[in-house]
Design a protein around this ligand. Structure first.
Ligand code: ADP
Length: 262
């Protein structure tokens, strides 16, 4: 069997996807990148091959993307995050026109045309505010895991503003809110609103057209997604494999490259 591999080595997590010749997902894997993302990727690829019951020699083509792609020797080609995220998101949400991807250390907004081509994009990789890292720091200050933020948000009665745009100052704000007895749920709602407004300010540069989809690890946080939807005044579609959009796009590119060679 011929299989097609996409590897996304992000700043926080590594994702891999294996597709068959029809573009169906055979296996997927996700792990924390740690200090050696390429080694983590190699381990995930071996696991994905075992899960799909194929030998690594059956991987006919592979593409790597993400922050660490240049250090990963196991792929035939590299592709930019914008190309891969756009392709993956469009596959998951076929009518998407705007993709907001929020990962561990960056956020990006990609505008697509009706055929799924990239019209424009904008990226923030300079400032942690507006990224998953911001939420990780705030979750730590609140003494909870990022995976618990959505449940906390669901209990919020109001969103208490967190106005600092600097992560370090925002963390101090959270700590002083807690010291004044503000409910953690209300702080979380405020944090989600703050990130949503920062990401939308970024989105304004390329325009925000429905259908809007959100991908990346932060899309797993339903509290943030509802804050984004309220701030954007439109529904936000989150596909099941939102965190895998980049890896999926890379795997689809590997499949397309192989088809072109035939
Ligand atoms: P990257 O590709 O940049 O390494 P990801 O797209 O994997 O990053 O996103 C990582 C971020 O996703 C983390 O910083 C965290 O904020 C968020 N995240 C991951 N898992 C969850 C979860 N279960 N619930 C809420 N947020 C999550």
């Amino acid at each position: 069997m011929n299989a097609y591999l996409g590897v996304d080595i992000g700043s926080r997590t590594v994702k891999v996807i294996l597709l068959d010749e029809e573009g169906r997902i055979l296996a997927r894997g996700l792990a924390t990148a740690g200090y050696d993302g390429p080694a983590v990727a190699a381990g995930l690829v071996a696991q994905a091959c075992a899960e799909a019951c194929i030998s690594p020699s059956e991987v006919a083509a592979s593409v790597a993307t993400g922050y660490g792609r240049g250090r990963y020797p196991g792929a035939d080609a590299e592709s930019s995050e914008i190309t891969c995220h756009a392709r993956g998101a469009r596959h998951l949400v076929p009518d998407a026109r705007t993709v907001i991807d929020i990962g561990g250390q960056d956020s990006k907004v990609i505008r697509l045309d009706g055929a799924g081509r990239v019209l424009d994009f904008v990226m923030n990789d300079r400032c942690a505010a507006g990224t998953g890292r911001f939420l990780e720091v705030m979750a730590d200050a609140l003494g909870v895991a990022v995976s618990e933020l959505a449940a906390l948000h669901a209990r919020a009665e109001r969103a208490v503003p967190v106005s600092s745009t600097c992560t370090v100052f925002a963390e101090s704000e959270v700590i002083s809110h807690l010291a004044r007895g503000v409910a953690p749920a209300d702080i979380v709602a405020g944090l989600h609103a703050a990130i949503a407004s920062r990401v939308l300010a970024l989105a304004e540069r390329v325009g925000l057209e429905p259908v809007l989809t959100c991908t990346g690890g932060v899309a797993r946080n339903a509290g943030f997604v509802s804050a984004l939807s309220s701030a954007a005044r439109m529904p936000v579609v989150v596909p099941d494999d939102a965190q895998f959009a980049g890896a999926l796009g890379a795997a689809l590119l590997a499949l397309a490259r192989q088809a072109e060679r035939r």
